[in-house]
Design a protein. Sequence first.
Length: 406
Amino acid sequence: MQNNLQEFISNIPKSDLHVHLDGSIRIETLIELSKRAKLPLPSYTVEGLNELVFKDQYNNLVEYLNGFALISPAMQTPENLERISYEFAKDNIAEGVSYVEVRFAPHLHINDKQNIDEVLLSVNRGLDKAKQEYNQKPEVKSKTVPEFNYGIIVCAMRYFTKGFSKFLDHVLTTHQNLNLNSIVAITSYDLVKACVQVRDKYNLPIVAFDLAGEEADNPPIHHRDAYHFAHKNFMHLTVHAGESTGPDMIFQAVTELYPERIGHGFYLFSKNEIADPEIKGKDEYIRKLVEYIADRRTTIEVCLTSNLQTIPTIKEIKNHSFSKMLKANLSTTICTDNRTISKTNVTKELMLAIQNFNLDKNSLKDLIINGFKRSFYPGSYEEKLDYIRQIRARYDFLVKQYCDVL
């Protein structure tokens, strides 16, 4: 029965709305590109990197993030970005992901060899190449199975220092008389303006704007102007919030930036993580915040394995706040965050959700379809509705084939 359930989950059309490109590189590709460019790695074998860097468990978020520092140097040429993006899409397609929104921070890859146009074009070339290859298959063209589609989410950094990238080093030098909060505000505004221009110039599926990086002491309010610009230019909005800070930071994110989705949101229900001393009635504060998010159908991008690895106090998946999200009828979708760094994929994450949170037949279907409904699909609204109909039809067909597993 268990094997049949996993086979069913592998075969159904799935989405992933929160996954980082740099956290999802193939380890073999990282080794090859690093050797070619003479980039230092603690090991040049898959086994060695799995032991030293890409672990099953991490002690904290800092250790978890160490892998990114090794990956980013291998993403500094158009060719490498295209290859990594192509392989990323192929890996998603191979496990039955029909729609993915991949996110990354373009400012980490701008250098003398590539400006922001080339960075975004290179990523799109790789994704589109995999899409075109897959969508030419007879079973896809006949609509027996859904097409593969994707969107690109660009991330602004809420915090950076010297050494993050050549471009950001230049920004810090240029604005050395400003405080860091002012610098990150200017930088995120510059990013969203540039991405809107690139999107419109080349007709790229850049679907949304995001804010990533260390939350503590880096409040989202500094990026309000960037989010306002994105909104005025018909770009969707999501934001990392509540991954490492409490409900009051989530409150600021949703009331200052007005995102349609929230990345992680793990600490939404954690009154002991409220840092603002002015908040007295903490239970009532959280109740109102949860109601606000539920009423507006602001979707939470849940990343189970990633949270378990970076928040040691969870200890077991069953303790994840996803259970409270379900009880509160919040709009949620299951995501991977980082396929390589967390050693996961969408199938594994859905299996974790099913096995630990008592998802029945109807709630599983709602969770799967919600991932497509709450996506920032790059086509027209009518095209999105038609795509969702195809997804639903394929899902219902497979339910009949696997009727004994649900």
